[in-house]
Write a protein of this length. Structure first.
Length: 119
């Protein structure tokens, strides 16, 4: 097993192609897939290929990765037709943050208005 993946991590298995997903974007650093239980008309997960448990585990060396993630999210938002009216990019951290999969991912959500603060 490569050093950049973790055994029994759902999203590592999706990155490896062991579990099917609906891919929206894939490059050397990032994978974007449609959320299996969408909470908005457009609900896409943008994640690093490499296993990072959450945003709390990022380091100063992850600047290129984060740049790629946010540029990818913006490109997908444009291609999905949600950029003009606006959208949300959010990541959950830990139990109280609402994180259910311990592999860093950013929810790209659009196609409806969102409230603030979230529940
Ligand atoms: P979070 O709760 O912030 O960790 O987000 C995890 C997200 O992963 C949820 O929105 C789930 O619906 C989504 N999810 C779980 N399993 C899958 C899967 N197999 N394919 C795509 N999305 C998934």
């Amino acid at each position: 097993m490569a050093d950049d993946r973790v055994a029994d991590c759902l999203f590592c298995r999706i990155v490896a192609g062991e579990i099917p997903s609906t891919k929206v974007h894939e490059d050397d650093l990032v994978l974007a897939i449609r959320d299996i239980a969408p909470r908005a008309p457009t609900h896409i997960l943008v994640m690093p290929r490499r296993h990072v448990a959450s945003a709390a585990d990022l380091t100063a060396g992850d600047g290129d990765l984060l740049g790629r993630i946010f540029v990818t999210a913006a490109e997908i938002a444009r291609s999905e037709g949600i950029a003009e009216r606006g959208y949300r990019v959010v990541t959950n951290v830990g139990t109280w943050g609402g994180q259910s999969v311990d592999h860093l991912h950013f929810h790209l959500m659009g196609g409806r208005a969102f409230e603030w603060p979230p529940g």
